[in-house]
Design a binder for this molecule. Structure first.
Ligand code: FES
Ligand code: FES
Length: 213
């Protein structure tokens, strides 16, 4: 049986256990936890013998902090943050391309760190500050990075661009004056299948230098 410490890392901010976390705990040999019945009515919650709440498998009501707004939504615990953002919350900036944590098209910020939203369960994002490309580039005309992307013809498609934009914002936040090598490394989690990497890197350098690069 997994230790209380191991079980705690699977709990959300409200002490809930996601289905993924539950499966990890039980697969680690949790004989007691395995007695929890998941086949219950939508929205119902039960508790493990240790007292942790089990959510689902039907839709449960959650609240997500997205771009500074507290948004209420009903999701199944298996739903990813990406699907919740793009579906019921109608924030379609983050794109689903690979849906398996490889391409970076779905990148958003969570508590100031960039994450692949296709690899985060919506239910686990409760209590976190989520920032999408819509929020990070709200002032399009006066955004130095947006202008630099245009100036350097940094992208061709609309699928990879939002993810690159979020990753670049993250990079400049942590390293305001990056070198070319630092830009290359900072954007290495995002893929552009048509190879506009040089334009992208120059755009980030340009934004860092006040648009003059
Ligand atoms: S869609 Fe999430 S990493 Fe590709
Ligand atoms: S410009 Fe989007 S994949 Fe290359």
């Amino acid at each position: 049986m997994s230790s209380p410490k191991e079980q705690d890392k699977h709990k959300g901010s409200k002490g809930e256990v996601s289905r993924r976390g539950f499966l990890e705990v039980t697969s680690a040999g949790g004989a007691a936890a395995a007695t929890v019945v998941l086949d219950q009515p939508a929205g119902a919650q039960s508790r493990t013998q240790a007292g942790a709440r089990i959510a689902g498998p039907g839709p449960v009501a959650i609240t997500l902090n997205v771009n500074g707004k507290m948004l209420k939504v009903s999701v199944e615990p298996r739903e990813t943050l990406l699907d919740t953002l793009r579906g019921p919350l109608d924030h379609t900036g983050a794109k689903r391309v690979c849906d398996r944590g490889t391409c970076g098209a779905c990148t958003v910020m969570m508590d100031g760190k960039s994450v692949y939203s296709c690899t985060v369960l919506a239910i686990d994002a409760q209590g976190s500050k989520i920032e999408t490309v819509e929020g990070l580039t709200a002032d399009l005309k006066n955004d130095a990075l947006v202008n630099a992307f245009v100036e350097h013809d940094a992208q061709q498609c609309g699928y990879c661009t939002p993810g690159f934009m979020v990753a670049a914002k993250m990079l400049l936040k942590e390293t305001p004056k990056p070198t070319y090598a630092e830009v290359k490394a900072g954007l290495s989690g995002n893929l552009c299948r048509c190879g506009t990497y040089v334009g992208l890197r120059n755009a980030v350098l340009g934004a860092a230098q006040g648009g003059r690069a």
